[in-house]
Design a protein around this ligand. Structure first.
Ligand SMILES: [Zn+2]
Length: 303
């Protein structure tokens, strides 16, 4: 059973500390605790939780909302027969969820060898410190503020915990610290919030970076015949090339709409949102402004 598409088509994310989020708090509306999004929760959980590829398993965090879709996907990755696993994005600091990840690994007769973070947003990273304490494993992240007793992550790094081959691909755009993890043995790519299981992400980084990232992922998917994308939110994607082509098309269409709004006299992100996203709930306009600001910056750089 599929829930209807999120109100804001650029669906997803949460950015603690941004002006848009503070605005939402001021008006008393929390998109991360939306009763509307929570209503379909059990059906969606049974759909995504426990899915994966031969080497990957999703443990869905209980934080569904308009901004996080069904909740955050925590990924457990293990080579067949290996004693150690890699955990990607422990998710929010929710004790029940963190214990559930640890128990799932234990039931497999394994232990956690490494914890990785796809990007700094709290719905992916907030529980990492507590999960590190719970399991004794270190946390690797691009952003030094999110590392715990372990080194960083950089493009081209290869993670070999438990005999895995997990390749780090820098994918700036959603945030400037976003990375994807490529698992060649499963022809799978863990995409964080760069590519979502439904809709497209809000941009908290640069649109120029994001478009270059999409082109790079399209090339990687084609060259390596990647057959599955495992997103940070929403269900597995079985048509990576088609999804990325759609993302590129969608971004170009939105950019054309923004150009048109500017030509029609819109000067601020808020005015552009009123033109381009005039049909969505006004409460969501501050969120749409993040993406519009990235689009305006992109156009300004090129003029
Ligand atoms: Zn994010």
């Amino acid at each position: 059973m599929r829930r209807r598409r999120p109100l804001l088509h650029e669906a997803a994310l949460l950015l603690a500390g941004t002006s848009a989020l503070r605005h939402l708090e001021r008006i008393g509306w929390n998109p991360f605790r939306s009763p509307d999004a929570a209503s379909g929760r059990m059906g969606e959980m049974s759909e995504i939780d426990g899915t994966g590829t031969e080497r990957t398993t999703c443990v869905l965090a209980p934080n569904p909302s308009m901004m996080t879709l069904d909740g955050t996907n925590t990924w457990i990755i293990a080579e067949p027969g290996a004693a150690e696993v890699v955990v990607v994005d422990p998710g929010p600091n929710d004790g029940v969820h963190l214990r559930r990840i640890a128990d799932t690994v234990k039931e497999q007769g394994r232990r956690v060898g490494a914890i990785l973070i796809t990007h700094r947003h709290p719905d992916h990273s907030e529980g990492a410190g507590e999960f590190a304490r719970l399991t004794g494993a270190g946390v690797r992240a691009v952003d030094p503020a999110h590392r715990h007793g372990a080194e960083g992550l950089a493009d081209g790094d290869v993670i070999t915990t438990g005999g895995l081959e997990l390749r780090v691909v820098a994918v700036p755009g959603h945030t400037d610290d976003s990375v994807a993890f490529w698992l060649p043995a499963d022809r799978a790519l863990l995409t964080g919030d760069t590519v979502l299981g439904r809709g497209t992400p809000v941009l908290d980084g640069s649109l120029g970076d994001y478009l270059r990232t999409l082109e790079r992922l399209r090339d990687l998917v084609a060259a390596e015949e990647i057959g599955t994308m495992l997103p940070g939110h929403g269900p597995l994607l079985a048509d990576p090339a088609g999804t990325i082509d759609y993302y590129i098309r969608h971004r170009r269409e939105r950019l054309a709409q923004v150009r048109k709004a500017v030509a029609a006299g819109a000067t601020t992100a808020g005015e552009v949102v009123a033109h381009v996203y005039g049909d969505i709930d006004r409460k969501l306009w501050p969120i749409a402004e993040w993406t519009v600001q990235a689009q305006l910056d992109y156009l300004a750089e090129r003029d």
